[in-house]
Design a protein around this ligand. Structure first.
Ligand code: SAH
Length: 213
């Protein structure tokens, strides 16, 4: 659990790369500069932690590419104290980014192993989500809704209706939609039953799995 000036140097370089790729939000870049990504990964991969790439974590899943994390977070337009739901806790890295932005974070993970690791690990770094759920992201967290924003960090074959209904009016759902390749899509809730939709190019995620998969 060591974070050194060398790690900070590598982090600063990573932030420059992510900024060059088009991320403008200062707050998002500051969060990336602050979070010790190497501690969210297997120690065998430590020397790669500040490459702008996804890497394997437990349960056959991945820690998302920093650029992708930044891109999704920027689209969410998080304000301090916003209630945000993350689907796919994974390593907890994206969770930490949302917490750095001052959000109240609720997060769901369906792999018990990852859920347990993240639940133990995040508080060690001082990251305290409001609620961490071992559950199914297709259902969301109706008991804690509505959310100002919902961020899905796995590729969804379709948009789960439950997530749209758990947004506040004005709230945004950021979700990569598609089977093999996903289109980053943002739904904004305009009224009880009205949503606007905008698409932002192709990404590749591990799949958002249904209960029995
Ligand atoms: N935010 C994570 C990304 C992990 S990859 C990070 O940066 O580390 C996507 C995660 O979504 C995986 O951990 C996977 O187990 C989880 N996932 C897949 N299907 C899910 C579902 N139906 N509900 C909740 N989580 C799911």
């Amino acid at each position: 659990m060591k974070d050194t000036p060398k790690h900070q140097g590598l982090r600063n370089q990573l932030v420059e790369i992510v900024a060059l790729k088009g991320i403008k939000s200062k707050k998002v870049l500051e969060a990336l500069a602050k979070i010790p990504r190497h501690l969210f990964m297997d120690s065998a991969l430590e020397s790669h932690a500040y490459e702008d790439k996804a890497f394997p974590i437990a349960s056959n899943q991945t820690i998302s590419q920093p650029y992708t994390v930044a891109f999704q977070t920027e689209l969410l337009q998080v304000k301090t104290n916003d209630k945000i739901l993350e689907v796919g806790t994974g390593s907890g890295y994206q969770t930490a980014v949302l917490l750095e932005l001052g959000a109240k974070v609720y997060t769901i993970e369906r792999q018990n192993e990852l859920f347990k690791i993240a639940k133990r690990f995040l508080p060690k770094l001082g990251y305290r989500p409001k609620y961490m759920s071992f559950g199914d992201g297709y259902i969301g967290l109706p008991e804690y809704a509505p959310f100002n924003g919902i961020l899905v960090t796995a590729g969804a074959p379709f948009v789960p209706k439950a997530l749209l209904t758990q947004l506040t009016i004005g709230g945004k759902l950021v979700i990569p939609v598609g089977e093999k390749v996903q289109i980053m899509t943002v739904y904004t809730r305009k009224g009880e039953k009205e949503f606007s939709k905008k698409e932002y190019g192709e990404f590749r995620f591990v799949p958002l799995l249904k209960d029995k998969e």
